[in-house]
Design a protein around this ligand. Sequence first.
Ligand code: NAD
Length: 257
Amino acid sequence: MKEYNPFGLSGKWVLVTGASSGIGRATALECALLGANVVVTGRNESRLQAVCDELDRSEEQQHLMVVADLATDKGLDSLVRVVDNLDGVVSNAGIARGNVPIKFLKDDVLDDVLDVNLKSHVKLARNLFKKKKLNKGASYVFTASISGVASFTVGNAVYGMSKSAVNAFAHYCAVDFSSRQIRCNAVCPGMIETPMNTGEGSVSQEDYERNKEHYLLKRYGRPEEVARAIVFLLSEASSFVTGHSLIVDGGVSVPVN
Ligand code: NAD
């Protein structure tokens, strides 16, 4: 039987940022399973190495790992320097710094969140495009969030705003990069079970459980469920999709009467 898989990524080079953990790790693993050569990048060398070792590899596949802090120009430059001929980028690195009402918002939190969640994505896209590191027809995917587009919760202003901006930026990239047939989209996940939601500064266990009731599916998502939406956007299966925000939120943003 002839092999037919429009979601396949064989032979493509895909860069995944924030690949050492959570959604980025799951995305890197899915991409490798679907045949891609994957460039994984993150800050923590040992965690990144562990992900790199986990990546599926056939004889034809090669993977690359780059340790870089993308909130710094040095980190961005070191990453951009070593990558080339990319067919896909998953601009995914991000941080959350806990829920704080606007009146208690600290300047350093505002700066940190915007540096990582917004500016690093803008600069990476600019530098990759400017330095011609993206192949014609490539696919660029940003990880935004439902909290930036449809679900506004108490104390989440800065994080939500950063995601709103990155979602808008994905659409602007779609416009600018179309000159090279490069498609640009965003995914907007609801709450996903990753270290981001279970680590320091995250909500109490009680609130974490109670909040699930707002989801039509009565649960949070798993990292691979976002990864597969990202794979769709990276693959030929979405060849006519650009400037789109794909909501992957278990129905939390559906207005229920
Ligand atoms: P995570 O904490 O498991 O992973 C975040 C990754 O980003 C890590 O690999 C981390 O090292 C990397 N990172 C952070 N700062 C960085 C920097 N300065 N330079 C380079 N890498 C950096 O969290 P996750 O849940 O997998 O988050 C991935 C993305 O998904 C983030 O952009 C997050 O905002 C977004 N998101 C997460 C959820 C959720 O509920 N988990 C929901 C919506 C959107």
